[in-house]
Design a protein. Structure first.
Length: 611
């Protein structure tokens, strides 16, 4: 009818697509709180059955009234007790229905809170188990973001809609049961009149579901543009470069495409919907007429007529409620499909169990290590052989993009190399217990995190085991040359940083770098310390002092520095020069100057600038 399916099972599957995640949503709710789920189920069934009861009692009331009218017109005395009893029963049933609906609302409210917390926790717990590479994958990022958005509302909404569907379905069946006494044909009409609209709504919802999923990249771009246009940290540059109009233009264009697709789908859906609803209406009113005629002919009583009309009208209302539920279910399904896709992706098997290497004096060894980022065409690190001993200070230099940071990420176990091996204390990184390995390595990257927390916590983050030790904060801050400006902050180490929270202080780039350095110095337990250009905003003298500090502090450890300043780099015992992912030169400053290679050229270039 609406599609040209290859075979029946595909049709059925695409029709039932809209219910795909209902079972999982119910399972999720069930495992969140059994008592509430059972209550919700019982209340839903009751809410489904009660309206038919009300309709039936309505018939008894009318029949009793008609009987008494007959008694009175025959000159007798009316007896009111039957009518009044049935009225009481109906009143009680309606009161019960109100109570049941309130109960459903109550269960839903409680479940919403519990579910929201449960789903958010599941999402974040999963995020903790994933690899860095997964976070850098745009599709993954999309999944994570979409799973997080609306985590609090969607699962419950799907459950509500599924239960609502069941409730109206039960009502419909019970109406059918009452109607059966009138004529099985009437039941057939009730079902047949609703069915086409029902099928159409299901099919179109399934289609919206698929269209929406297909548009993921466009929506990601929209989300990104919204962020660039509206977020405080982007606003400065967007204004200065007058990028606003251009970005708005792109935003509108993508929006236009999406809108157009939606419009077409909506037109098709609503025209079908209208046609089928007309058909349904025709059937309903035909049956009305039939019931009315049957009453006039005396085939059914006045009470029965009241009941059948009510049942038919409410049956119609139930069908339209079910259609609305199905219409909304596609969005809920979409959400749940994202959620489960995200939750069920493979968790990488992390490392082995080695906690202490057999040869601590062996330090760090790279053996022919190469690495290419997923999706990239050229390797970021190529055939690297390198041996760094404890106590050695190393500087890595090279042009932008030469692979310095990637080398550090490999060393920290953030990515496994594609080929070659990295040993630390005589054990392959792959065999290290990841937690033990991370405890042995402290790295501050150029794009270190600026936590919207207190100053002290920003420093303490370098060593979670001692996050709260004030004395250590101050000591680390002194080494990172941060204590002077921290002392001037309103609440010193307890000053809130960043703009997200009340009274948050924003720091300059250089001040943030000092905080990051203090974070590095906090990491006293680590055997390898790496500073990947976090000193770029500082003046050359401060950088050199910090590096000296760093070297003395790490006397029996491995200290690695990435910097573009040769005044600092020259102080390292071993200088490694990288170019296009390879190590092309290595040695002390003097060795390398003598070699007259890339290092000597870069050094000379910088030295000229100072002459
Ligand atoms: P450096 O630190 O020397 O400036 P990097 O190690 O950051 O260089 O980058 C080396 C190469 O790897 C560059 O060509 C860069 O484009 C690429 N690269 C860096 N990070 C990623 C990433 N997360 N995903 C894909 N490619 C990356």
């Amino acid at each position: 009818m609406l599609r040209t399916p290859a075979n029946e099972s595909v049709v059925l599957e695409s029709y039932l697509g809209v219910f795909r995640y209902s079972r999982r949503a119910v399972e999720l709710v069930w495992s969140t709180h059994r008592g509430l789920t059972i209550s919700l189920a019982i209340l839903t069934v009751t809410a489904g059955l009660l309206p038919a009861g009300v309709a039936y009692v309505g018939k008894l009331i009318v029949d009793a009234v008609v009987a008494q009218i007959a008694v009175v017109s025959a000159g007798g005395d009316a007896v009111y007790s039957t009518v009044l009893t049935w009225l009481l029963v109906e009143g009680a049933l309606v009161a019960g229905l109100i109570g049941v609906q309130r109960g459903i609302g109550f269960c839903q409210a409680l479940l919403r809170v519990l579910l929201s917390q449960r789903v958010n926790t599941m999402i974040l717990e999963k995020a903790l188990t994933l690899e860095l590479a997964q976070f850098e994958d745009s599709e993954f990022y999309d999944k994570l973001n979409r799973a997080r958005q609306e985590a609090s509302s969607r699962p419950l909404s799907l459950v509500n809609r599924t239960f609502g569907l069941a409730q109206h379905g039960i009502s419909l069946v019970s109406y059918g049961g009452l109607l059966l006494q009138f004529s099985p044909w009437a039941v057939l009409i009730l079902v047949a009149a609703g069915l086409p609209a029902f099928a159409a709504e299901t099919a179109f919802s399934g289609e919206r579901f698929r269209v929406f999923r297909r548009r993921s990249p466009e929506r990601r771009m929209l989300m990104y543009l919204e962020m660039v246009l509206a977020r405080e940290d982007h606003a400065k540059e967007v204004k200065l470069f007058s990028l606003g109009r251009e970005l708005m233009g792109r935003y509108r264009k993508i929006f236009g495409i999406i809108c157009e697709e939606d419009r077409k789908l909506a037109i098709r859906r609503d025209s079908w919907g209208f046609g089928l609803a007309l058909f349904g209406n025709l059937a309903f009113y035909g049956t009305y007429a039939w019931i009315a005629v049957s009453t006039i002919e005396g085939v059914i009583s006045l009470g029965e007529m009241t009941m059948y009309l009510l049942v038919f009208k409410q049956g119609q209302a139930s069908v339209s409620s079910m259609l609305t539920s199905i219409g909304g279910m596609y969005e809920d399904n979409l959400y749940l499909s994202n959620l489960y896709e995200y939750l069920e992706q493979d968790t990488p098997k992390l490392g082995g169990a080695v906690g202490v290497g057999p040869e601590p004096e062996a330090g760090l060894v790279f053996e022919n290590v190469s690495f290419t980022y997923p999706g990239s065409s050229h390797p970021a690190v190529r055939g690297v052989n390198l041996h760094i001993r404890p106590g050695q200070s190393v500087a890595i230099v090279g042009l932008n993009g030469s692979g310095k940071t990637t080398l550090i990420k490999l060393m920290a176990g953030l990515y496994p190399p594609n080929s070659g091996r990295i040993f630390y204390q005589g054990t392959d990184l792959a065999d290290w217990d990841p937690i033990a390995l991370r405890n042995s390595i402290g790295v501050i990257f150029q794009d270190f995190n600026r936590y919207q927390l207190k100053v002290g916590e920003n420093i303490g983050a370098g060593d979670v085991g001692h996050l709260w030790e004030d004395a250590r904060w101050a000591e680390a801050a002194t080494k990172g040359k941060a204590s002077r400006f921290i002392d001037k902050l309103p609440e010193r180490y307890h000053t809130q940083l960043g703009r997200w929270f009340n009274n948050g202080q924003e720091l300059s780039g250089g001040e943030w770098q000092r905080i990051a350095l203090a974070r590095a110095f906090m990491r006293a337990g680590a055997d390898i310390l790496v500073l990947d250009e976090p000193t770029a905003s500082m003046d050359a003298q401060t950088e050199a002092e910090i590096f000296d500090h760093f070297q003395s502090l790490t006397a029996d450890k491995i200290a690695i520095l990435i910097s573009h300043r040769f005044s600092t780099v020259r102080r390292a015992e071993l200088i490694v020069v990288m170019d296009e992912g390879e190590i092309i030169e290595r040695g002390s400053h003097e060795d390398l100057v003598e070699l007259q290679g890339l290092y000597a050229r870069l050094f000379e270039l910088q030295a000229q600038g100072y002459r």
